[in-house]
Design a binder for this molecule. Sequence first.
Ligand code: PEP
Ligand code: MG
Length: 588
Amino acid sequence: MTFSVHGQAVSRGIAIGRAVLVASSRVDVAHYFVSPEQIESEIERLRQARNAVVEEIGRVQHSLHEFDGKDAHHELSALLDVHLMLLQDEQLTSGVKHWIVERHYNAEWALTTQLEIIARQFDEMEDPYLRERKADLEQVVERMLRQMRGVASPVAAPVPARRDAQDLLLDETVDVPLVLVAHDLSPADMLQFKQSVFAGFVTDVGGKTSHTAIVARSMDIAAVVGARSASQLIQQDDWVIIDGDAGLVVVDPSPIVLAEYGYKQRQGDLERERLSRLRNTPAVTLDGERIELLANIEQPSDAAAALAAGAVGVGLFRSEFLFMGRSGRLPDEEEQYQAYREAVEGMHGLPVTIRTVDVGADKPLDRALRPDSHLNPALGLRAIRWSLAEPAMFLCQLRAILRAAAHGQVHMLIPMLAHASEIRQTLALLDKAREQLDAAGVVYGPVKIGAMIEVPAAALAVGLFLSHFDFLSIGTNDLIQYTLAIDRVDEAVAHLYDPLHPAVLQLLARTIAEGEACGKPVTVCGEMAGDVGMTRLLLGLGLRSFSMHPSQLLAVKQQILRSDTRKLTEWATRVLASDEPAGLITDA
Ligand code: PEP
Ligand code: MG
């Protein structure tokens, strides 16, 4: 039966595929396809893992008997019997084989897929004793996954090509697109899926500018977040359409709906093809204003996408992605230096703005440290606050960035500053990093240093920042979150996240105008910069530098080429004076 689920529209485009449900705790399980020749060895890996777990349990049972006599620990022994039984369970073993043989999933993926199916059946059981057996099944699977980690697995097969929508319902071969459905994915998890087999994502939680959504957008695939109970309603292997423009997920679509979305998908492809012709066109408005279009990147290898989109530099390299999901072991100076250098060299002489680490809130250092483990993570020890609290870590990053600057143009950007004392401490540490490199005789280069304006206090005291920094970059994602007091990650208040709120526009306008008056560059690097609905307003407010995901750049350029800033300035003044600016936005 067809039904739809609504969420937050995250990224352009349509994805059509079969649902792969992944439990949030198991997103780090590898997902790839094996070739037909590898199927037997994949089943063998599974068999070996199961046998190893059977032996492991046998050893534990044996030691229990040895240690305490036959009747002691009876309960534990009975539980282990249940585990042994589950390991032999026909539904588990034949189900896992099905995913490997019919769909060519790798063994770990097949195992967790089947686990999700059986776990749901347990959830629906009336009998509380049987319901609790779900935890046993999860433990058994966890043991098998642990065993398999030690056994070499074959290499990943290529990502499946997109198929024509009309063929999809009939198609039962392995070569079908897949979409990932999860309750929650951390930004680091999302990054892990960057080179994966999935054509789209749906998550129950998350707001439009949560970092999970931001990474999905950078991948340029259809995604919907904040779809509430989607992961409960959608079943493993259901056909799903993800409409990333409308924030809609259609489950089990009829052939007519499928055909309609197939048509939309083709229209989207044609539009992209058309936009790609603008790649080498300079971003100049009708009245001759040259606009700087920069790229936001998360990894050094993203530099290639930035160049391909025609970006004239990187306006925001979110360095924190080097730090996340590493179980507490942070990247050392050498590793960071190599990563920054790769990005700098990848941009072939164009400037690269490296933001110092911005962990915390919805970007926890470690997957295990979920943001909700803190009372109010967005207001806590994140970004520059954390860096200043960990001076050795921060110095290490500053040295790595300075060293990378010997290989090209590097700008350094400091996130979430609000206080004069933070500015002083940051600049003092930067001096110290230079001294340390001098003392060690290590080569480094010059950097321009900029401040992110993402806290209302910073926007209101912008003069303080202009007097200390070479440039400013407005982080509208946080500026909006902190001005309107709504958590950007919380889908329950997503409807209040309003870039056009008069207070937000006043702060933006003020920052841009004061930067201009001081002759210092101001960029917007939040998601607003890549939103074509905002391009003309930002131009009207005087913005001349935009930084966004490469996938958004050409559509924004198209808007710029059609704009006349002289007309937009007057209109933007009216928008700024309005109590309800949204009503005026379509008038330009
Ligand atoms: C912002 O806040 O707008 C920004 C660019 O930084 P991040 O989204 O990484 O917090
Ligand atoms: Mg921010």
